[in-house]
Each structure stands twice: as structure tokens, then as C-alpha cells.
Design a protein around this ligand. Structure first.
Ligand code: 5GP
Length: 340
């Protein structure tokens, strides 16, 4: 099964740039930023090992802050983006929707941040021709609304020049912080301008916010851990897929075990769902591993895994032609196995 899943041309729809740097890539990046003999480099490596000891949602957000130090220069950000694309390409991801929160510091403005990431994605097309990458700028709900407004304005502007590259807006960040309704104006503007919305929703148990988010609407739902059966029926009727990230949810402690993951409920309800990594670096996983985990936990066959991949093709923000190409790649792969 591992070989079958590894070679399957997969589709990743929920991946945060700074969370997708695996330990090797972080080492490469730290070496590039600080040099491998520096004191900063040894200290960074020691801190990273420390993060592995225990994990909960807050600890994960500390880990993001740590990675952000390494991508706080233009060179670091550019190299990190390249490494992330490389790692997904090596896992045979044929289509990747990458999200990232534009940041501003002494080295770059939010506009520069997006420009660097976009330029690196474009340059990566030559080096990694088998992976098609799109970008969704993220709004961090723990930052001020003005920052969200700036992010949307930039996303709209960049989408005008690169409509096939900048395809949507993500709402993420610590779910215990910020108030959803404060961001609905900015999100609405993005939607009016034709951007798709992916919203981290029902990640923690907050019934009133879940109601507000579902009433507001979205193209895809991040995590959906605390959706009720009625909410799931709503998602099914509206054809809104739930992005399921098993390792992330269990390691960050929002779901108690793989067996109890809500993906089971979604499959039983025949509700739309996609399997994703979330933060393959922070949670030390790959999409191959996530699909294997799902197959082993819920006794899925190869055909089920193909169906899950085709569901991801359907719910991607690729254009019709790109989606057709993606489906064809999966079909060719399946046919090549039959003729073996
Ligand atoms: P970045 O946007 O810096 O490229 O990726 C890391 C950021 O994505 C984190 O700082 C956080 O704001 C967001 N993020 C990553 N994983 C999760 C998650 O599982 N839940 C939520 N709510 N936000 C996340």
C-alpha cells in the first residue's frame, strides 16, 4: 500500500508554507541563514529537538514562531518556499495549494513577502515541472483586522495579474484568539472579488462561532473537528468539503486518536472530505503517510484511496482544464498498474 500511495499522483489542498518545512529542510534552511558552524545554528537545532518532546495546540503555535525566525529574511523565505515545493514534489504531489500569512518585518513588507513567494513558485515550475502550485494568502485571526484588510487587498491585486496562481484566501491562526465576525468584512470583500474562501472552522468547540461561519459560507472547511451531525448534513447539502488532517489533529490534541477522527463520521455520512497534511514539517508527516494512516485506520482499499484523490481533484481551485489533467494523471497511473 505504501508504494502504491507514494507513487499515486496526489492532490494536497491544505498546507501552510511555514508549517511544511520538515526537519531536514529546516536544517538546510538554518544552515543557509546562519551557516552550520554558528552558535545560532546549534541553538536552533537544540530548540527544534525540544519541540518534539510533547505537543498540544499552543506548543504548535510556538513551533510556528520558531520557523518564522528562519523565514524572516527575503533569502530565507525564498529558500523555504523552494524547499517546501521540493518536498511536496518528492512525495509525488501533482497539485499543491499552499497557504501562507504575509508578514512584515525589518526585511520585507507584506507585499514583498507575497511577491517573493509568488516569484519562487513561478521559478519552481522549471525545476519541478510535475507539480502545479497555487497560492492562498492567509489571514491570521490573532492579528488586527487592518492586517486582514491589507492581506485581502494584496491578494486581490496579485490575483489580477496572476489569476491562475492566487486563487483564494485562508482564515487561520490560533482558533482561541480573535473573533470571526471581525474578519467577515475582509473575507466578504475577497469573495466579491472572485477569490475562494477556505476557513479554519470548528477546530475547537465554539458552537456560536461555528454557526456564524456556516451561515457566512466558505468553499472548503479547514478541520471541522467539532461539527455536529446537523452541521455535517449542511456541509453535504452545500457540497463543502472538510479538509481532514489526521496527524495534525491528534498531535495537536484536538482529536484524541486516529480511530476517533471525524473523518470516520464524514465517510459514514458520505459527506465531502479531502485528506491533507496541514503542516507536514511541524507534524512530521507527508500526504503519502496521511493516506496510509487513513487506509490502515479505516480499512480502506486502493480504490477508496483513488476515490479520495479524485474528491480532492474535484474540490481543488484549479481550472477545468487543470482538473481534467489531474484526473487523467490518476487514471494513467491506475491503468499502468493494471498492465503490470
Ligand atoms: P504560515 O502562514 O506562516 O506560512 O504558516 C504557519 C501559520 O499557519 C501558523 O502560524 C498559523 O497562523 C497557521 N496555521 C498552521 N497550522 C494551523 C492549524 O492547524 N490551525 C490553525 N488555526 N492555524 C494554523
Amino acid at each position: 500500500m505504501f508504494k502504491f500511495l507514494k507513487e499515486l499522483p496526489k492532490v494536497e489542498l491544505h498546507a501552510h508554507l511555514n508549517g511544511s518545512l520538515n526537519t531536514n529542510s529546516l536544517r538546510d534552511l538554518a544552515e543557509k541563514v546562519y551557516g552550520n558552524t554558528s552558535e545560532e545554528f546549534s541553538q536552533l537545532c537544540a530548540r527544534f529537538v525540544d519541540f518534539e518532546k510533547d505537543s498540544n495546540l499552543d506548543k504548535c503555535f510556538e513551533k510556528f514562531a520558531f520557523v518564522h525566525e528562519l523565514t524572516s529574511t527575503a533569502e530565507g523565505l525564498q529558500y523555504a518556499t523552494e524547499l517546501v515545493i521540493r518536498d511536496f514534489a518528492n512525495d509525488n504531489i501533482q497539485y499543491l495549494e499552499l497557504r501562507t500569512t504575509p508578514k512584515a518585518n525589518n526585511n520585507y513588507l507584506r507585499r514583498d513577502y507575497l511577491r517573493i513567494v509568488l516569484d519562487t513558485i513561478k521559478k519552481g515550475r522549471e525545476k519541478y515541472p510535475n507539480i502545479l502550485v497555487k497560492l492562498l494568502p492567509s489571514i491570521n485571526r490573532s492579528e488586527p483586522v487592518a492586517v486582514a484588510e491589507e492581506t485581502v487587498a494584496l491578494a486581490v491585486e496579485f490575483a489580477k495579474t496572476d489569476p491562475d496562481l492566487v486563487v483564494g484566501i485562508d482564515l487561520s491562526g490560533n482558533p482561541a484568539q480573535g473573533k470571526f465576525t471581525d474578519f467577515s468584512g475582509a473575507l466578504n470583500l475577497a469573495r466579491k472579488e472572485g477569490l475562494k474562501l477556505v476557513i479554519h472552522c470548528a477546530e475547537i468547540d465554539n458552537t456560536s462561532e461555528i454557526k456564524e461561519m456556516l451561515a457566512f459560507g466558505m468553499s472548503r472547511c479547514g478541520h471541522g473537528t467539532y461539527l455536529s451531525s446537523e452541521d455535517i448534513a449542511h456541509m453535504k447539502a452545500a457540497d463543502i468539503p472538510i479538509e481532514c488532517c489526521l496527524t495534525s489533529n491528534v498531535k495537536s490534541g484536538t482529536v484524541s486518536s486516529f480511530e476517533e477522527h471525524h473523518l470516520k463520521q464524514l465517510m459514514e455520512a458520505d459527506a465531502p472530505k479531502v485528506v491533507c497534511t496541514d503542516d507536514s514539517g511541524v507534524f512530521d508527516t507527508t500526504l503519502t503517510n496521511e493516506l496510509l494512516l487513513v487506509a490502515e485506520t479505516f480499512n480502506l482499499t486502493r480504490d477508496h484511496c483513488i476515490d479520495l484523490t479524485m474528491e480532492a481533484v474535484k474540490h481543488s481551485f484549479a481550472n477545468d482544464e487543470e482538473r481534467q489533467q489531474m484526473a487523467l494523471k490518476v487514471e494513467h497511473y491506475v491503468n499502468s498498474l493494471k498492465s503490470e
